[in-house]
Write a protein that binds this ligand. Sequence first.
Ligand SMILES: Cc1cc2nc3c(=O)[nH]c(=O)nc-3n(C[C@H](O)[C@H](O)[C@H](O)COP(=O)(O)OP(=O)(O)OC[C@H]3O[C@@H](n4cnc5c(N)ncnc54)[C@H](O)[C@@H]3O)c2cc1C
Length: 474
Amino acid sequence: MTKQETHTLDVSNVCRQVKEAYRQKNKLSVYHGTTNSTRSLRFKTGEFVDISKLNRILAISEKERYALVEPNVPMDKLLRATLKAGLMPAVVPEFPGITLGGGIQGGAGESSSFKYGGVHNGCEEYEMVLGNGELVKASANENADLYWGTACSYGTLGIITLAKLHLLPAKRYVRLAYRTVRGAEEAVALLAASARKDFDYIDGILFSKNFGVVMTGKLTDDNQNLPIATFHKATDEWFYLHAESFSQRHPNGEECIPLVDYLFRYDRGAFWAGKYAFRRANVPFNRVTRFLLNPFFKTRTMYRLLHTTNASQQYVSQDICFPQKTTLQFIRFVDETLNIYPLWLLPIKPALHEKLAPSWLQDNLAINVGVWSESTRDADKFISLNRTMEAVAKNLGGRKTLYAHAYYTREEFWKIYDLGWYEALRKKYYATDVFPDIYEKTNVSRKYTPSLRKGLWDFIKSPFKIPIDASKPE
Ligand SMILES: Cc1cc2nc3c(=O)[nH]c(=O)nc-3n(C[C@H](O)[C@H](O)[C@H](O)COP(=O)(O)OP(=O)(O)OC[C@H]3O[C@@H](n4cnc5c(N)ncnc54)[C@H](O)[C@@H]3O)c2cc1C
């Protein structure tokens, strides 16, 4: 069978399952074996559609610069394949295990997002299974409301079974310039000014109240005699530690990073989230221990461990998008109330039509603030802290990325998102009775019971995939 024939067969199975659920009014989630969400997910037989087989790249057209990609293809596999044709996606989220489908549905972005927006903005067309089991195409010209609406909808409008992804010419390196800043005000101003210039990549890290770095990158084939830094080997430093020490030594320094190392530079250590695991396990955090424990600190493994130990209510993990004009106020709130550093700053081109996108904001530039830190072990205090962040973000016109824990009440949630538009779209495309709605799907309504011992055992039993169990679905 050709890849296309296998695809057609697998998709017809998905259509059949959804059609049956539609007939019986059963709610279905999407299962694909992994997740980069921090919410605990459980999948019960009969209550999900398994799309994990949809992990093939059907075609890459070098001439017309596009790829036909099934949704369960992870970013590292996608990049490897497109690079063979000298091409790359415009937006490659920082973690290699993020899948194309999850990236589209979860609003994934990265340091080229100031120029291109989210992963979904690189997709010209989707093949989708609707709630009644019908297979349709969605693009800016065909079913345009579905095409724009499905971005960041967490699988609540239909199931993507294929995406036509636009590709760009790739280069060997990213030439990265580090500019130190003396605090949030300078960081936000420099990010905004850089976003108006001709860079390919921009992001920033605030290491403390008075020290941070803004990094701007340009694709290049020539390393121009600059030092070359890599970030994939156990002997390499975690990127954020390197960025801090490099920029302290060279406040206006530059270096070249091989393309794949650059795009996945935050994989080892999950930005800096891995540091908190060392602390929790009472293991010293130094170059030797990072080297020895390297296999456990790649994001794929870290996510499995986070889920098996059920520990995510002990770590703040939020990405919140703000209009540029209120970003500073949010950073001040985090500084004064939570005192969390480092903070990640990512400029994003505002969404124009994608009403569920975190970057659907009224400003010329959106800035995502990544707040990731260890937190209290008291679940009530943890929830209360998250509720405070949600209230502050809402008052400042911010929107959360919903991979994270959300504790909004239904009323609060639908004051942020457009319920009338969303319900009409779900009705039009037969989603209402088959797919859980976005509030149900992203709200955390219970307290988790963490367990290190059980978690390690569950991890050993299933290190790579979310097992299917008999509990409540996602
Ligand atoms: C510390 C931290 C840092 C992060 N940093 C970044 C970052 O730098 N850049 C970034 O982009 N993201 C980041 N994320 C978030 C991540 O991008 C999102 O969680 C993304 O959605 C993950 O994709 P996934 O493949 O794991 O999808 P999943 O989590 O499995 O899926 C997301 C949603 O999409 C649905 N879905 C999946 N496939 C389909 C499909 N084919 N059809 C319909 N619905 C589907 C799922 O049901 C789910 O509701 C970060 C997360 C954390 C915790």
